[in-house]
Design a protein around this ligand. Sequence first.
Ligand SMILES: Nc1ncnc2c1ncn2[C@@H]1O[C@H](COP(=O)(O)OP(=O)(O)O)[C@@H](O)[C@H]1O
Ligand SMILES: [Mg+2]
Length: 249
Amino acid sequence: MIKIRALSKSFKGQKVLDELDLDIPESKITVVIGPSGTGKSVLLKHIVGLMKPDSGNITINGNDITAMDEVELNKVRKNFGVCFQDAALFDSMNVGENVGFPFVIHTDYPRERIHDEVAALLKEVGLSGIEEKMPSQLSGGMRKRVGLARALAMKPKCLFFDEPTSGLDPVISRAIDMLIRQVQNKTGSTSLVISHDIEGAFALADYMAMIYRGRIVFQGSPEDFKNTEDPLVKQFIHGYVEGPINPIE
Ligand SMILES: Nc1ncnc2c1ncn2[C@@H]1O[C@H](COP(=O)(O)OP(=O)(O)O)[C@@H](O)[C@H]1O
Ligand SMILES: [Mg+2]
């Protein structure tokens, strides 16, 4: 479904993605794990067309994202739901306006229809009736849920999450993981979750890949990750200080 081939990207001579290859299977949840600063967010920004690679390509259902101009990208982006790390809500808009924003951009629905769609989306993420609240009045977990509601607005075929549980306590994190799973089961969308939360990754993933220094160093089922002797994977998932990953690098 999503094929990433030899994707490379450098910033000021620093190689962040280094000929990265990855296939993201259709209608499953794939979790990409890896240490901080290894290019996870940069990878996601390439997949949704917010960044262009130096070389390599990404095809989604056979269409090369990296070759598209803004007009073409806007068409395919209707099929994407993206939840960025900080929820990326518009602080000057209330919750209802935030969740309704994709309808304003992509549809000509009348106000009442948007109102009803927003109510249904908020219900889906367990937050009925908070349309009038401002983002600043919400807890971290609620902000993530509102971000998810907005991402689901256009019934996307692909859902992308960058660190959906970062900054949340373990209980709320598992609740967000369950919500992602529930949404995936209901919609059958192809989901990609970027995470450094190992427990969450194992709880959520159908398929996993580990990124390190701009490359995919291991991929497989959660079982494969638990059973491997690969020193990078073992160090990362157990949090060992000793090993090939230098924690103070
Ligand atoms: N727009 C940018 N300009 C310059 N450097 C960037 C940019 N975005 C990311 N980087 C660098 O790329 C590296 C990987 O970043 P990122 O993908 O955000 O890591 P993470 O795996 O923690 O998500 C970091 O060293 C970061 O400083
Ligand atoms: Mg990141």
